[in-house]
Design a protein around this ligand. Structure first.
Ligand code: UD1
Length: 416
């Protein structure tokens, strides 16, 4: 168990560059299975989750070469289409490999962590999409087996625009014979990145970024290189770090349109933003103003920014109301914030944040990836020393968060 030790009170100043997107890299890495050749990927962040994804690809039979600059995946000789429980458990989102394995081999077997039933959340939408493509699904002793003779292209309508299910449907349909139409698809930028990647390799996909995606199946993909988009949630985290410390930060290597709902809320809080083509300069006021937030599917306010923004609001002037509409139980970090002196009342999906003058540095536990990052932000502004334990959660999704914050003037060290 590793720890971040933060001495609060430093105003963040300077410039920092955002890494490649975790949530775009994972489906794109899975998609490399669809190319029976060699794919080069640039800007893949070196974080726990991408390491696990590469470990699984290796297990399946891919040859992987990783350098500082790129990851090269040779998927010519994959021998397996089954992902064992120990690897599935390391990363829940490895379910995204199912669509790619189905696309290539017409079969995929994976364990369902936590012993979830078919039909029950949280992968029911993925499985329904597979069924719409003519894939048979069965469950046996915690393993889900998906199999078909051919992928039968067709229509997929999602009751809810799930990001992962949309990506899985695209992956399963890319090499199918015929056209698949997905309606009420998720519109997240990471889905556009997946489309752009696959199209660069020769796929014929249109509509990503809208609610209707059309996939005209192609027989094979070709060897190519692709640069993954910047991580919009890391960018939002660094901007909030600037905001909570009354700082002045230039965040580089971002696509500002991806952050529209977050930037609007930062301005509403009183931050001054200068938005360039690929950078955002944030000048925070001495005291932030309270704002209300409701998380929604893209282009709404991202659920992945909820903990981070809510934490920023703990020292704002006035009361903020936050409603979490995407995930239940995404307020675990609140109990830790309360130990630091934050005043938050929780009722179901709603958090009411009563702004306080200061937070106090204490020992806290990261409970999940974004909640953990939120506690780091709280530590940046708290009086005294904050120890954030269990930072393995944070390392799943942030590349060098401590180094990046140090570069901006924060006093943060890692204890392994
Ligand atoms: C992705 C992101 C995650 C982000 C989320 C929402 C990755 C690796 N992760 O997760 O960081 O927070 O999008 O923007 O890209 N659901 C079902 N049944 C399903 C699938 C989902 O009920 O089959 C529910 C989930 O429980 C949740 C909601 O739908 O309540 C959204 O989930 P989804 O959009 O699928 O998120 P992920 O793809 O898991």
């Amino acid at each position: 168990m590793s720890t971040y030790i933060i001495t609060g009170g430093k105003k963040l100043e300077g410039e920092v560059s955002v890494s490649g997107s975790k949530n775009a890299s994972l489906p794109i890495l899975a998609a490399t299975i669809l190319n029976k050749g060699i794919t080069r990927l640039y800007n893949v962040p070196n974080i726990h989750d991408t390491k696990v994804m590469l470990e699984i690809l290796k297990y399946l039979g891919c040859k992987i070469k990783r350098s500082k600059e790129k990851v090269v995946i040779d998927a010519r000789n994959i021998q397996r289409y089954e992902i064992p429980e120990n690897l599935m458990r390391k990363m829940r989102s490895s379910v995204i490999l199912a669509g790619a394995l189905l696309g290539r081999f017409k079969q995929a077997t994976f364990s369902c962590p936590g012993g979830c039933d078919i039909g029950a959340r949280p992968i029911d939408l993925h499985l329904k999409a597979f069924e719409n493509l003519g894939i048979n699904i069965s469950e046996n002793t915690g393993y889900i087996r998906c199999k078909c003779d051919i992928i039968r292209p067709g229509k997929i309508h999602f009751d809810f625009p799930s990001v992962g299910a949309t990506e899985n449907a695209i992956l399963a349909a890319t090499l199918a014979e015929g056209t698949t139409v997905i309606s009420n698809a998720a519109m997240e930028p990471e889905i556009i990145d997946l489309q752009n990647f696959l199209n660069k390799l020769g796929a014929k996909i249109t509509g990503a970024g809208t609610s209707q995606i059309i996939i005209k199946g192609v027989s094979n993909l070709k060897d190519m290189g692709y640069k993954v988009m910047p991580d919009r949630i890391e960018a939002g985290t660094l901007l909030c770090a600037g905001a909570i410390t009354s700082g002045n930060v230039l965040v580089k290597n971002v696509i500002p349109q991806h952050l529209t709902p977050v930037l609007e809320k930062l301005e509403e809080c009183g931050c001054n933003l200068k938005i360039g083509k690929e950078e955002i300069l944030l000048q925070a006021p001495k005291k932030l103003q309270a704002v209300n937030i409701k998380t929604m599917p893209y282009p709404g306010f991202p659920t992945d920014m909820q903990a981070i923004f809510s934490t920023t609001l703990t020292i704002a002037k006035g009361n903020s109301v936050v409603v979490e509409n995407i995930f239940e139980n995404r307020y675990k970090y609140v109990a830790e914030l309360q130990r630091m002196g934050a005043k938050v009342t929780l009722e179901g999906r709603t958090a009411v944040i009563h702004g306080v003058r200061k937070l106090n540095g204490v020992n806290v536990e990261a409970t999940d990836l974004r909640g953990g990052a939120a506690l780091v932000l709280a530590g940046l502004v708290a009086k005294g020393k904050t120890r954030v334990n269990n930072i393995e959660y944070i390392l799943r999704g942030y590349e060098n968060l401590d180094k990046k914050l140090s570069k901006l003037g924060a006093k943060i060290t890692k204890e392994v």
